[in-house]
Design a protein around this ligand. Structure first.
Ligand SMILES: Cc1cc2nc3c(=O)[nH]c(=O)nc-3n(C[C@H](O)[C@H](O)[C@H](O)COP(=O)(O)OP(=O)(O)OC[C@H]3O[C@@H](n4cnc5c(N)ncnc54)[C@H](O)[C@@H]3O)c2cc1C
Length: 371
């Protein structure tokens, strides 16, 4: 006998945990499968800073900041003890960046302050550029947040190799469900998802023991957390050349300490633990939330799409994705999960900015027409 669920979610990172939580709140019977357990992918490595995006008002900035406002309220109401509103300072990297900050100011979320070099100095920060301080921002205890969101949900350690459909139900090993959600992060090999352009970017985090009196978090070319219970988190995810998972090395975390020394006094920093992992981004850096297109069907039925022809999109029934959260998984996940749950439960269309449909025809146009 197969065990029956409304929805099976593959992946127990922040994406899988957030959608599981949102669906369970809608009274769905949910099962989460993860090959290595809760927060064993990028989500376990994340510094999990939750802060707004700065810039010149791009659509991605606008969406990120909508997600930020939603996320901070979500964490404050759902697990306030796991979200630390230390405030986050955004510091320009150099003179050139400092000039750009002047243009960014008009597009900041309303709740921010400008910090002069003197204020930074008084806080123990060595930067000499005018910076932005966002008091509502902070960071999460990443694995604990995932565990908390999944606390009333069945989670099984299970490596999914294939998913198949039998009589309108998805079957995964001994489990079956009406719906499947793929929340597998940078690993996207269960189906043909090429059009979404999911790719990993490698990152490292180091937790350092320190007595430094640092009460606020900051981002520059890396993130530096406030000192909480004698621990300061350093993190950065910029490494595009690493394609496969590699073992974490203390050397990488110590490299972060070296970088951080340009910002704060790291002289008593002692490495307690190194973390590393992949964060998954999409082709256009926007999240991937919604239905999955049946690529094989589309290419067979509408071969002219590779020459730019338009065609109605056909989705794989009851198959959904929540991925592409990039370097801001903890910012995006709560709002994206809300949107996906509304699609799954109520049939409400996902905001077009996050819907992966946006990428399909453009991707198909770049395929070589077969002879
Ligand atoms: C070093 C580092 C620092 C970061 N800092 C921040 C930050 O400060 N703020 C922020 O918001 N974000 C940060 N991020 C990004 C954030 O971690 C990601 O956006 C987030 O982890 C994405 O979550 P996810 O659930 O999509 O993927 P993941 O957390 O990678 O989860 C995917 C899960 O799917 C499972 N899985 C995959 N395939 C299968 C399969 N076939 N069967 C079963 N299970 C499967 C994996 O085991 C994994 O647990 C950081 C990332 C890293 C690496």
């Amino acid at each position: 006998m197969l065990q029956n669920y409304d929805t099976i979610i593959i992946g127990a990172g922040i994406a899988g945990a957030a959608i599981a939580h949102a669906l369970a709140k809608q009274h769905q019977k949910v099962l989460v499968l993860d090959k290595n357990g809760i927060a064993s992918g990028g989500s376990g490595a994340a510094g999990a800073f939750v802060s707004p995006k700065i810039g010149k008002g791009s659509p991605l900035q606008t969406l990120t900041n909508e997600a930020f406002l939603f996320a901070k309220d979500f964490y404050l109401s759902t697990c306030p003890e796991l979200f630390h509103q230390t405030g986050v300072i955004r510091i320009p990297k150099n003179e050139e960046d400092a000039k750009k900050f002047q243009d960014y100011e008009a597009f900041n979320l309303p709740k921010y302050e400008t910090y002069t070099p003197q204020i930074l100095h008084d806080l123990g920060i060595k930067a000499s550029f005018q910076s932005f301080y966002f008091p509502d921002a902070g960071d999460c205890d990443a694995p604990q947040v995932c565990t908390h969101l999944l606390k009333e949900i069945e989670v099984v350690n299970y490596a999914v190799n294939t998913i198949c459909k039998e009589d309108a139900f998805w079957v995964v090993g001994e489990y079956k469900a009406k719906n499947i959600v793929l929340a597998t992060g940078h690993e996207s090999n269960l189906l043909d998802l090429r059009y979404m352009g999911i790719r990993g970017t490698w990152g490292t985090r180091g937790d350092f023991g320190s007595r430094l009196d640092l009460r606020v978090s900051m981002h520059q070319s890396l993130s530096v957390g406030a000192n909480r219970d004698g621990v300061i988190k350093l993190g950065a995810t910029h490494e595009k050349m690493v394609k496969e998972m590699i073992p974490c090395s203390d050397e990488q975390a110590l490299g972060l300490k070296h970088k951080a020394s340009a910002l704060v006094d790291t002289s008593d920093f002692e490495l307690l633990q190194s973390y590393c992992g992949m964060r998954a981004g999409s082709k256009d850096y926007f999240p991937l939330v919604g239905r999955v297109i049946d690529t094989a069907y589309m290419l067979e039925q509408y071969p002219d799409i590779v020459r730019g022809a338009k065609a109605p999109l056909k989705h794989i029934e009851n198959l959904y994705i929540l991925n592409g959260l990039g370097g801001r998984g903890f910012v995006f996940a709560p709002l994206m999960a809300k949107w996906l749950a509304e699609l799954i439960v109520e049939g409400k269309a996902v905001d077009a900015r996050a819907d992966p449909d946006r990428l399909f025809l453009k991707w198909a146009r770049k395929l070589k027409p077969s002879a």
